[in-house]
Design a protein around this ligand. Structure first.
Ligand code: SAH
Ligand code: SF4
Ligand code: F3S
Length: 455
């Protein structure tokens, strides 16, 4: 099995891609490959990529050229995994400058050992286009990698994909084209993995899915799944991302509000505040319905931290319509927001049917205004926390940098404080003493006993 081949695997994109990188490491380690951080000493360079926005793939193209340049002729196989492989398959195959040795999509990772063996050397990879042995961009309706235990990096948090794919087809989004149809993993299999994670010392799991709250497998829905995961001893915190506002029934809100292990934090993508734009985006809610959900969530769970995603400059969005987004952000008072300029993505409904007609300068103006508004709100909200005591799960030990330690509170906000004798995974109480828009500062109070396991 020993290959003596070294792989440098670089990850771009969202948490799901980070998780998939761990899947790929697991599959290829079992096949005898070893991993290196250094692209210059690697025999194979793999880029696990994202195609969600235009600049994401530009960056990857730039890196591929840099890698080849730096090698100065020393042979290497370079290939693409992830969402660009499937989302931009045509472009990748046709782009002669990239000269990729392999292009393997997110549902084909189990075939990687066979693919790498077949393409063997850079010379062996240069076979006929279209039947290239290094290309596998098929999407599956069933693959969930339930039988692969990811080779995780150390830390306090473990990503656990509970479903893959997306059936929503928001008109701007390439993800359903890149990752295929929704499919959920059996709950029992997820719980077994979470138990093993707890045994390995992980304190927090983050359940992942492109539309995580549409999880359903043999009668177990997402609310039940959260409850089941919360019974695992040793796991202190459960997070999940990303939910869709349309899949938030009352019993999920109830579990979120009442289960002590489920963090009081939700990333709830808004995308736009204007109803005509939301309709064109195919989001299946109005601005009013989104705000109603925010109210319901906050009523059930007053300390809830909310973050969101917003797109500015969607085709045909007028100044007046953008003001609806601006006003909604003012009303919703998110704790934080990721705001993006619209970019057309191949094969999406918006790219096929609508002209990208909002000028770049307008997009810039809108994103600057929204970012400023959100930074003010984030700061105000964080200032409200000054003086309070928050349980913090330590991520970085205080032994380095003069005792500087940091961790996250339940709301997933970073809290910096000083303590020289901590280790990652400790739970401590910290009094918040200062706030910035993106981080909190505090002083250590005491260690906390872990939460009692439920049931
Ligand atoms: N599954 C996640 C979305 C993943 S993509 C969810 O539904 O929340 C992350 C974010 O990228 C999206 O929420 C959206 O705000 C942004 N995005 C997606 N496609 C985009 C595009 N074509 N242009 C700009 N931003 C986009
Ligand atoms: Fe994309 Fe919409 Fe699916 Fe999220 S819910 S991955 S934005 S299609
Ligand atoms: Fe990007 Fe794919 Fe994630 S397109 S955002 S890596 S699901």
């Amino acid at each position: 099995m020993k290959q003596d081949k070294r792989i440098c695997l670089i990850t771009y994109g969202c948490q799901m891609n980070e998780y998939d990188t761990e899947i790929v490491r697991s599959i290829l380690s079992a096949a005898g490959y070893v991993f290196t951080q250094d692209d210059l000493e690697a025999d194979i360079i793999m880029l696990n990529t994202c195609s969600v926005r235009e600049n994401a793939h530009r960056k990857v193209y730039g890196h591929i050229h840099d890698f080849r340049h730096r090698r100065q002729g020393k042979p290497v196989l370079i290939g693409i995994l992830g969402c660009m492989a499937t989302g931009l398959r045509q472009e990748l195959i046709e782009n002669k400058h990239l000269a990729l040795d392999f292009v393997v999509g997110p549902d084909s990772y189990k075939r990687l050992p066979a693919i790498l063996a077949q393409i063997g050397s850079p010379a062996g990879a240069a076979s006929e286009e279209g039947k290239h042995p290094g290309y596998d961009v098929t999407l599956s309706e069933f693959e969930t990698y339930a039988d692969v235990y990811p080779a995780r990096a150390e830390g306090v948090n473990a990503w656990v994909a509970v479903m893959r794919g997306c059936n929503n087809f928001c008109s701007f989004c390439i993800v359903p084209h890149a990752r295929g149809r929704e499919r959920s993993r059996p709950a029992g299999n997820i719980i077994d993995e979470v138990r093993r994670l707890a045994d390995e010392g992980f304190k927090q799991v983050t359940l992942l899915g492109q539309n995580v709250n549409s999880y359903r497998h043999e009668g177990v829905d997402f609310a039940r799944l959260l409850e089941q995961v919360s019974t695992v001893k040793g796991i202190e915190r459960i997070r999940f991302t990303s939910p869709h506002p349309k899949d938030f029934p009352q019993d999920l809100i109830h579990v979120l509000a009442t289960n002590p292990k489920v963090c009081k934090q939700v990333h709830l993508p808004l995308q736009a505040g204007n109803d005509r734009v939301l309709e064109l985006m195919r989001r299946h809610y109005s601005g009013r319905e989104f705000l109603d959900l925010v109210c319901k969530l906050r009523k059930a769970c007053p300390t809830l931290a909310l973050s969101t995603d917003i797109i500015v400059g969607f085709p045909t969005e007028t100044d007046v319509e953008f003001e609806d987004t601006f006003e909604l952000v003012k009303t919703a008072r998110f704790d934080s927001a990721f705001i993006f300029k619209y970019s057309p993505r191949p094969r999406t409904e918006a790219a096929l049917k609508l002209k990208d007609d909002v000028p770049e300068a307008k997009k810039t103006e809108r994103i600057v205004r929204l970012n400023k508004l959100q930074a003010d709100i984030s700061l105000e909200k964080n200032k409200e926390l000054v003086g309070l005591v928050h349980p913090v799960l330590v991520e970085s030990s205080g032994k380095t940098k003069g005792g500087a330690a940091y961790g996250r509170n339940d709301a997933n906000k970073i809290v910096n404080f000083a303590h020289a004798a901590l280790k990652a995974g400790d739970m401590v109480n910290v009094r918040i003493t200062r706030a910035t828009p993106h981080q909190l500062k505090g002083e250590f109070l005491n260690f906390i006993e872990v939460l009692a396991p439920l049931g």
